[in-house]
Write a protein that binds this ligand. Structure first.
Ligand SMILES: [Zn+2]
Length: 172
């Protein structure tokens, strides 16, 4: 869903975006615009309920654990492929990110490099990277490489669902 940020620009105090290729919380928020307390919140999350976009739960883990090796590998490859697609899909939906006052971006282990690359175009002072510490050095190096070393960083759990939820909720 593309949102026309410019049309509603004047009436609000701040425009804030949340971008993640996982879900925010348990998926209780709809994607798109949420107007609240003078803020415009734009949510861009993985809303197709992909297993990799969900919070790990016991059932999925057990399921995966007892898969034959070949199938396991295939599942991992499929996840990686659809995650990669999702990263560029979400970032293209979020084409108006340049107009935001603040953009929270979840950076995980897988798909993390891609999303850092895609955030290159945004002004660093508007970005808040929400990151788990998997591949921490690589992520920090990339962020620096793209000139965003001054961007704010919030460290979070793997998947970032809870932290992103807390961040959204803090505006409500
Ligand atoms: Zn992680």
């Amino acid at each position: 869903m593309k949102v026309a940020v410019n049309q509603i620009r004047k009436e609000v105090e701040a425009r804030i975006a949340f971008v993640t290729y996982n879900r925010i919380g348990s998926g209780q928020f709809a994607n798109g615009l949420m107007q609240v307390n003078g803020f415009e919140l734009y949510l861009f999350q993985n809303s197709d309920l992909s297993k990799w976009g969900c919070k790990d739960d016991k059932y999925d883990a057990w399921d995966f654990l007892f898969m034959p090796k070949g199938q396991k590998k295939q599942v991992m490859q499929e996840f990686a492929k659809s995650r990669k697609q999702k990263v560029s899909e979400i970032m293209s939906q979020a084409a108006n990110l340049q107009d935001m006052d603040k953009v929270y971006i979840y950076v995980g282990q897988r798909g993390g490099e891609g999303i850092i690359k895609l955030s290159k175009k945004l002004p660093g002072e508007h970005i808040v990277y929400v990151m788990c510490d998997c591949q921490k050095e690589t992520k920090l190096r990339l962020i620096k490489e793209y000139g965003h070393q001054d961007a704010e960083i919030i460290w979070c759990e793997c998947g970032g669902q809870e932290t992103m939820e807390k961040l959204v909720t803090s505006y409500l």
